[in-house]
Ligand binder design. Structure first.
Ligand code: MTE
Length: 327
């Protein structure tokens, strides 16, 4: 795949685009390792299948067209306007490739073909999936979900992929499996962002779920977005999507899934346990130690850098699906 780096004129200078970049300057980052955080950061048409607006692509860093999927009517409308891809795919967190929101160019270095996703641990059928398997082993569907970052920005995006429950059916966890660990691609020689200096951080990025959370109807593996394969900056070729949790729970570019008896450590919780919990559900009344979680800013919606604010909703509005998990 070749990449033409067109810098669109709506793309704002880094210093405007990323207030959190100030927090993430290298000195402070190192100094604050004990209490480091994700920092603070942040159209349209209502959710409808993919032919809708919001799917305008600027270049092939926005993915290749995918056609073999069916829209899931249960998730055809997330209640809020769809975020335009030109915003969602240019405002990303992928710290392996840099500490700002503007990592989309660096992320093009991510090698995704060939790809191996190894599923191991307490399962009856350990399996290694290759790139084609990700698009063909499980029926692909489209789901429009709300997405809420712990940094208080939010978006609404049409993911393409398959429920995590389908993978559970295929690999059959044993009764001893209580937790699942997910590991992201990592190679310091390739990622090359400023984060390369932070070799004392617990790379590779790794996340974890209780097995009941993974089995929940909402838990999803995305291999596409906006009708196309998932762009590298969003975590190609496969990333986790857990719409009732803060975005950091959704590891990108997953290479390993391991079924375990004990709760695994997780990346941000290891760095700052008082700021980033293992559970990390969206809870408006539980402030982050450094900012409120009552409101969120909708990426790209409204005036430039004065984005529309909405009230945060418990479990990001997905309580009907997940509240019972935390009763
Ligand atoms: N996965 C990896 N491997 N590395 C990361 O830095 N950032 C997380 C999550 N997954 C991250 C990651 C955070 S903090 C958020 S908010 C989402 O990815 C952002 O996803 P997006 O850039 O596709 O919107």
């Amino acid at each position: 795949m070749s990449f033409i780096h067109i810098r669109p004129n709506w793309q704002l200078p880094e210093k405007i685009a990323t207030p959190e970049a100030a927090y993430f300057n290298r000195r402070r980052f190192l100094k604050n390792l004990a209490g480091v955080g994700l920092g603070i950061a942040a159209t349209s048409c209502y959710g409808r299948p993919l032919t809708a607006q919001g799917t305008e692509v600027l270049d092939d860093t926005f993915g290749e067209p995918l056609t073999n999927f069916t829209p899931n009517p249960a998730f055809a409308d997330a209640g809020w306007p769809l975020t335009e891809q030109r915003f969602a795919s240019r405002y990303n967190n992928f710290y392996e490739f840099g500490l700002t929101k503007n990592i989309w160019e660096n992320a093009q270095n991510l090698p995704t073909d060939p790809w191996k996703l190894e599923v191991s641990g307490l399962v009856k059928n350990p399996t290694t999936y290759d790139l084609d398997d990700l698009y063909t082993k499980f029926p692909l569907e489209e789901r429009i979900y709300r997405f809420r970052c712990v940094e208080a920005w939010a978006m609404v995006v049409p993911w393409l992929g398959f429920p995590m429950a389908k993978l559970l059916e295929a690999v059959e966890p044993t009764s001893d499996a209580k937790y699942v660990r997910f590991e992201s691609f990592y190679d310091e020689k390739i990622t090359g962002g400023p984060s390369i200096s932070f070799s004392n951080l617990p790379w590779p990025y790794h996340e974890g779920l209780r097995i009941e959370e993974m089995a929940n109807e909402l838990a999803f593996f995305a291999v596409g977005i906006y009708g196309r394969t998932i762009p590298k900056q969003h975590g190609a070729p496969i990333r986790m999507v857990l719409p009732w949790k803060y975005g950091f729970k959704g590891g990108k570019s997953i290479v390993k899934i391991e079924f375990l008896a004990e709760q695994p450590s997780t990346y941000w919780n290891t760095i700052a346990p008082n700021e980033y919990k293992f559970e990390a559900n969206v809870e408006p009344d539980v402030p982050h130690p450094r900012w409120s979680q009552n409101e969120e800013r909708m990426v790209g919606e409204g005036e430039a850098w004065n984005w529309v604010k909405r009230d945060t909703v418990i479990y990001n509005g997905y309580g009907d699906y997940v509240a019972a998990l935390y009763a």
